[in-house]
Design a protein around this ligand. Structure first.
Ligand SMILES: C[S@@+](CC[C@H](N)C(=O)[O-])C[C@H]1O[C@@H](n2cnc3c(N)ncnc32)[C@H](O)[C@@H]1O
Length: 295
């Protein structure tokens, strides 16, 4: 990850480098003491604070271009360009722990690509498009679903930044569950379904999404859309209740023993400090697939 580095974490905060910017943000899981000297933390360009009101503090006169309240800049991750922006929630359009899953996805596509047709990837809760970009780079076709217009526009911007606009991608602005129901009726099929649901979200028409209430429907509908032979579900989540055993029980209750399941903690690795736990992921695959993971 040439352009991203987790420099340190601790005291409920994390210190990260995104290209030319060093950023401090709140991090509830970092309950330990930081490893690096406070002086290094003080050199950060930007701090996001949630104390009284969510706000970004620009510590230096950085070269961030300003678009209203937001600054934006580009980084390069594994050959993929991303446009980053400061949002009111402290997000910047990139969850670095997903790079690990994008590498897994790339390997699946490379191993499974069919000579007769392109592998078909459904990217749900697709946000600014990281997963879609990796899928396109590996010559898969992509259906990109998100309920927020600004997120879809951000993804389109990233697609353009990488000159992928003529590749095989369709954008769907809709609630994930509504879209899945329509796809089941149409008899659509996908080889790989990627889901990274938030704990709480809203559909395009304000539908309320709560992961605990909706995850079973999401997975049951996804199961109906899987193509016959080669199919995978890549699931990740950052909700604190979703532990390894919770995810195992969830998948077993829906898929019985019809496939194999890999589950592990999503980790943000740091060369200079502690690795940071960042939720869990699971990869379910039909048994007949020959998927060897040498990452
Ligand atoms: C945590 S982000 C996903 C991160 C993304 N997978 C990535 O790798 O960068 C959550 C996304 O889900 C979208 N979302 C929230 N509720 C939704 C719903 N009911 N249907 C579809 N998308 C939804 C949000 O607009 C947001 O873009």
């Amino acid at each position: 990850m040439k352009n991203y580095e987790l420099l340190d974490s601790g005291n409920l905060r994390k210190l990260e480098k995104f290209g030319e910017r060093v950023i401090v943000r709140p991090c509830m899981q970092a309950i330990w003491k930081p490893k690096l000297d406070e002086k290094i933390w003080e050199k950060a360009d930007l701090i996001f604070e949630r104390d009284s009101k969510n706000k970004w503090i620009h510590k230096k006169k950085t070269s961030l271009k300003k678009t209203g309240k937001e600054g934006f800049w580009n980084i390069d991750i594994e050959g993929i360009k991303l446009s980053l922006k400061l949002t009111d929630f402290g997000h910047i359009g990139f969850f670095p722990e997903h790079i690990f899953l994008c590498k897994k996805l790339s390997k699946i596509i490379q191993d499974q690509n069919l000579p007769e047709r392109k592998l078909n990837v459904l990217n749900l809760f697709a946000y600014s498009g990281l997963v879609s970009l990796f899928a396109l780079k590996n010559k898969a076709s992509v259906c990109h679903v998100d309920s927020s217009k600004p997120s879809i526009l951000w993804a389109k911007e990233n697609i353009k930044l990488n000159n992928f606009q003529n590749m095989n991608i369709r954008y769907i602005l809709d609630d994930a569950i509504k879209f899945l129901k329509r796809e089941v009726k149409r008899g659509s099929k996908y080889d790989v379904i990627v889901l990274d649901p938030p704990s709480f979200g809203r559909g395009a028409k304000g539908e309320i999404f709560k992961i605990e209430k909706d995850i079973v429907s999401l997975l049951e509908l996804s199961k109906k859309l899987l193509s016959k032979k080669k199919s995978f579900i890549i699931f990740s989540c950052h909700s604190p209740n979703f532990t390894k055993i919770t995810i195992k029980n969830l998948f077993e209750s829906i898929f019985d023993n019809s496939g194999s399941l890999e589950i592990d903690e999503l980790l943000l690795k740091s060369e200079k400090s502690y690795n940071l736990p960042s939720g869990y992921f699971s990869i379910w695959q039909k048994n007949e697939n020959k998927y060897s993971d040498n990452l």
